[in-house]
Design a protein around this ligand. Structure first.
Ligand SMILES: Nc1ncnc2c1ncn2[C@@H]1O[C@H](COP(=O)(O)OP(=O)(O)OP(=O)(O)O)[C@@H](O)[C@H]1O
Length: 323
């Protein structure tokens, strides 16, 4: 079956005064239909660059040096601007950390939910009914009245629910959720995660879920991709990756504070050292300078080492780390 999203060998550079900054190097990932794939990595690992590339909304100094991005087999990098607008308006929905990114402050919620159904052949009354029903589904009290409210009249949690309701109303093929719960308190976060799970099962879309929270990824996702300094360094089924990581970076994240897996602390554990300079990344393993296991061999670039099932890690010692 064709993957909903397929990213292959994606390399993105930013032009900077110091030279080309290699924000993504040879990143590959697949999101199969109906699955939830998580992406985890510390700040600067390239998550935003990846999302912008997926949406083909990149800053002027960005350049896709190589690779392919396919939505159900259709190449997005070569797609025309009009086709991309169509895809973004219907097939790819995004829920951002700050719901105001996707809500228009000067339009009522009802108007925005009406507009998002622009391609549906429904009457205005029917669209309004569908919108209210969706607001009810995401747990907003008094949904019909909320349609006449402006975004600033709602709380942050309510706005995020509206953003999710709007995304789901699109019935997208791919939903990209970019840290959608990071700004919310823990109780709300649980509710939003439950909601995403439920709606995903209902509409059957694939989800790419970006988060700093290892616990949330563990709870929500089928698979996880761990990113470090512009590279996907490990990927596999969530339980397998978190229980038996094959990359020392993943192992370190988990080892630094295993309690976080349960308590969902909002930040990734900090591990000693800094990200490498991406205008001049080290040859060989990208994690070498921060890794306890670094050896002479790590001066050469590791290949993917296959572990159990569809689990791999980009480390010469993956089999030992995982054991
Ligand atoms: N427009 C830009 N020009 C130059 N460098 C950039 C630009 N945008 C991002 N970068 C650099 O690219 C690298 C990846 O950044 P990116 O924002 O994708 O990471 P991130 O994982 O999303 O981090 P965060 O969680 O902090 O947003 C970083 O080194 C960042 O400084």
């Amino acid at each position: 079956m064709t993957d909903t999203l397929n990213v292959d060998g994606l390399t993105v550079h930013y032009a900077t005064r110091e030279g080309a900054l290699q924000a993504l190097r040879d990143v590959a990932l697949d999101v199969p239909p109906g699955q939830i794939v998580g992406i985890v990595g510390e700040s600067g690992c390239g998550k935003s660059t990846l999302i912008n590339a997926l949406l083909q909304l990149m800053p002027e100094n960005a350049r896709i040096a190589s690779g392919a991005i396919r939505l159900e087999g259709e190449d997005l990098i070569g797609a025309r601007a009009r086709r991309l607008r169509d895809l973004r308006g219907r097939d790819i929905a995004v829920v951002f950390q700050d719901p105001m990114t996707s809500l228009n402050p000067v339009l009522t919620i009802g108007r925005q939910m009406h507009d998002i159904q622009y391609r549906e052949k429904r009457s205005t009354a029917e669209k309004r009914r569908m919108a209210a029903e969706m607001l009810g589904r995401v747990g907003l009290p008094d949904p019909a009245a909320k349609l006449d409210a402006y975004p600033h009249e709602l709380s942050g949690g309510q706005r995020q629910r509206v953003a999710i309701a709007m995304a789901v109303l699109m019935r997208p093929r791919l939903l990209i959720a970019d840290e959608p719960t990071t700004a919310l308190d823990a109780t709300l976060e649980v509710q939003i995660i439950e909601l995403l799970k439920e709606l995903q099962q209902e509409i059957g879309c694939a989800i790419l879920f970006i988060s700093h929270h290892l616990g949330v990824i563990a709870e929500l996702c089928d698979r996880v991709v761990v990113m470090y300094a512009g590279e996907a360094v490990e990927e596999g089924p969530v339980a397998d990756v978190f229980q038996r990581p094959g990359h020392p970076y993943t192992a370190k994240l988990i080892e630094c504070d295993p309690g976080r897996m349960k308590t969902r602390v909002a930040q990734l554990p900090s591990i000693p050292g800094d990200l490498p300079d991406l205008t001049d990344p080290p040859a060989g393993c990208i994690f070498r300078d921060r890794c306890d296991r670094a050896a002479e061999r790590c001066r050469t670039r590791p290949d993917r080492v296959a572990l159990r099932g569809a689990h791999w890690a980009l480390c010469h010692f993956a089999a030992e780390v995982s054991a």
